[in-house]
Design a protein around this ligand. Structure first.
Ligand code: SF4
Ligand code: SF4
Length: 554
């Protein structure tokens, strides 16, 4: 009703669209009343109430007229890239219809309704409404009818991909007839605004993936009635593997279209037929043999646990369970970040422990469509977590927050899980930076799974400013960050074979453009990707993890 999503990203065109929408709603009663009179059912148009209603509609009419003229000029003359290369005749006709409706309404104040001019005016208005009603179902303006339904039915959880039920022999989306009813509704609700497209990091880096095209291709296949056509053939396999699952498309779509379940569902269909790209084979092998993405042995994790003097979690003794994650347990760089976290926790007398054994949470399997492997990992982790019985889990990996916090709920396991930025922000609220701490000019890269999925954008910033940072915001920040390019299994992709630029290179340039000499990250995978981009750029930008930044300044 408030058109928040439409206005948020594009305030001026969004407001113009909102005027048209609010006018559409406000004029509903007027149109019905005039038609009741025209059909000879009842004439309420000469009552005082109707006169006042018409009076109240006048500013709406002016706003709608201004809005539609602006939108038509923008579409026909300025031609933003998101709206496509051609101007559709349909859009021009609709804009003309809306403008005509408003002009004829306003003329109604000037013309005597019984005069020939007044009658022609009334008929033009009514004829345009009838033509409009006939045009709506056959055009993208069907969103007038469908979008309230898709917005209402949209999952409250971003990137919600329900579990497959193997007992019902579900294997994912393979052909058109496998598409769910919400996806079908989505395909006919798309207004082709291109918000998903311009926010997609893959499209932004020059790859073939365009989430708007995916939706329109779905619509095309449904209209053709090609029920048995393979989805991977409709979208192209290559494109499906370019998605990082960052959620930007879905998050920006003003009409509640859910792209991520469609893309991941189709990946599941491919994986169930053995059609995953080669680079995923190694990662799946590692998960199967060693339960971590790197394929390292458990001894490595144990060494880290011992050298950090970590205790095994005991609910009677510890307040919180620290989930190390694949990166924290095995990746040397991120182990430093966890050591900083442990120091902060110990300094603030937080009693914490870890599991004696952890598997990967399953995110890389789930988001590359290997549902069977994901469910095996998730069920084993859930059994261990239930046995350990933590009330609260703390982790430095935003992917673990999403998977354990949201995805494990679908197995009936609910636990409070917080990212270290949120936990430490609360823990150090009364604390100041140590004396002599210099101000640092930094830029913060919001991880997609922290900023967009979990909506945690203030906590890392509060921590940074509290401990002496002057933040220079990059383009695409807070809850609409530009992805680092690691999600959806792309951490393992062969970058040399990708078309266009690397997503991480594009993001690194955006961070560099802030002029800050330090980049702060809060996700192990963002850190790996962006450091890789820094190395290929040969830049001397300094990287620091959020926990280490805080620890050094406490
Ligand atoms: S989830 Fe991200 S990468 Fe995938 S299609 Fe949407 S915007 Fe593009
Ligand atoms: S899917 Fe949504 S954001 Fe993308 S073009 Fe269609 S309406 Fe716009």
């Amino acid at each position: 009703m408030l058109q928040r999503q439409t206005i948020r990203e594009r305030p001026v065109p969004g407001l113009a669209h909102a005027f048209v929408f609010w006018g559409f709603v406000a004029f509903g009663g007027y149109t019905i009343t005039e038609f009741l009179r025209g059909l000879g059912i009842v004439d309420l148009t000469h009552t005082r109430g109707f006169y006042l209603y018409r009076l109240a509609l006048t500013p709406f009419a002016i706003a709608v007229l201004g809005g539609i003229v602006f939108l038509a000029v923008r579409r026909a003359i300025f031609r933003p890239v998101a709206l496509g290369k051609t101007v559709s005749v349909e859009s021009v006709v609709i804009a003309f219809f809306i403008a005509t409706l408003m002009v004829t309404f306003l003329l109604g104040w000037r013309l005597d309704e019984a005069s020939p001019a007044g009658r022609v005016n009334w008929w033009v208005h009514s004829f345009v409404i009838l033509a409009f009603l006939a045009l709506i179902p056959a055009s993208k303006h069907f969103h007038l009818v469908l979008s309230p339904i898709t917005v209402f039915l949209r999952s409250p959880e971003l990137g919600n991909v329900p579990n497959l039920d193997f007992e019902k022999e579900q294997v994912g989306l393979e052909v058109v007839k496998d598409l769910g009813s919400k996806t079908v509704l989505d395909a006919f609700t798309c207004v082709e605004c291109g918000r998903c497209q311009v926010n997609c990091p893959a499209w932004g880096a020059g790859k073939e993936l365009n989430p708007k095209t995916i939706i329109l291709q779905t619509q095309g296949a449904l209209l053709e009635g090609a029920r048995d056509a393979k989805l991977a053939g409709i979208y192209s396999e290559k494109v499906l593997w370019q998605c990082t699952t960052c959620g930007a498309c879905e998050n920006q779509c003003p009409v509640g279209i859910e792209h991520v379940p469609l893309i991941l569902g189709t990946r599941r269909g491919l994986v169930s037929n053995g059609d995953a790209p080669d680079y995923l084979g190694g990662m799946y092998n590692n998960l199967e043999r060693r339960s971590n993405i790197w394929g390292l042995s458990y001894d490595q994790r144990q060494k880290f646990v011992d050298s950090s003097a970590l205790e095994i979690f005991d609910p009677a003794k510890h307040d919180v369970l620290v989930w190390l994650g694949c990166a924290g347990a095995f990746e040397a760089d991120f182990q430093k970040s966890l050591r900083s976290l442990f120091e902060i926790l110990r300094a603030r007398q937080v009693k914490f422990g870890v599991l004696s054994k952890e598997r990967c949470n399953g995110d890389p399997a789930k988001r590359t469509g290997n549902e069977y492997m994901y469910q095996e990992l998730a069920n084993a982790n859930i059994a261990d977590l239930k046995a350990a019985g933590p009330k609260k889990i703390l982790t430095s990996c935003p992917h673990c927050v999403k998977t354990i916090g949201d995805d494990y709920k679908k197995f009936g396991y609910e636990v409070e899980i917080v990212h270290s930025s949120v936990f430490v922000e609360e823990l150090t609220r009364e604390q100041l930076a140590k004396a002599g701490t210099e101000r640092a000019s930094i830029t913060f890269h919001d991880p997609c799974y922290l900023g967009r999925y979990a909506g945690k954008v203030d906590e890392p910033r509060n921590l940074l400013t509290r401990f002496g940072a002057e933040i220079k915001e990059p383009v695409r920040n807070r809850d609409n960050p530009y992805c680092c390019g690691a999600g959806g299994g792309l951490l393992f992709a062969d970058k040399e074979e990708e078309p266009g630029s690397r997503i991480s290179d594009v993001r690194f340039k955006q961070l560099q453009a802030t002029g800050a000499n330090t980049v702060v990250t809060a996700c192990p995978f963002c850190s790996i990707m962006l450091k890789g981009a820094q190395a290929s750029a040969g830049a001397d930008t300094h990287f620091v993890d959020l926990m280490t930044f805080v620890k050094e300044r406490l």
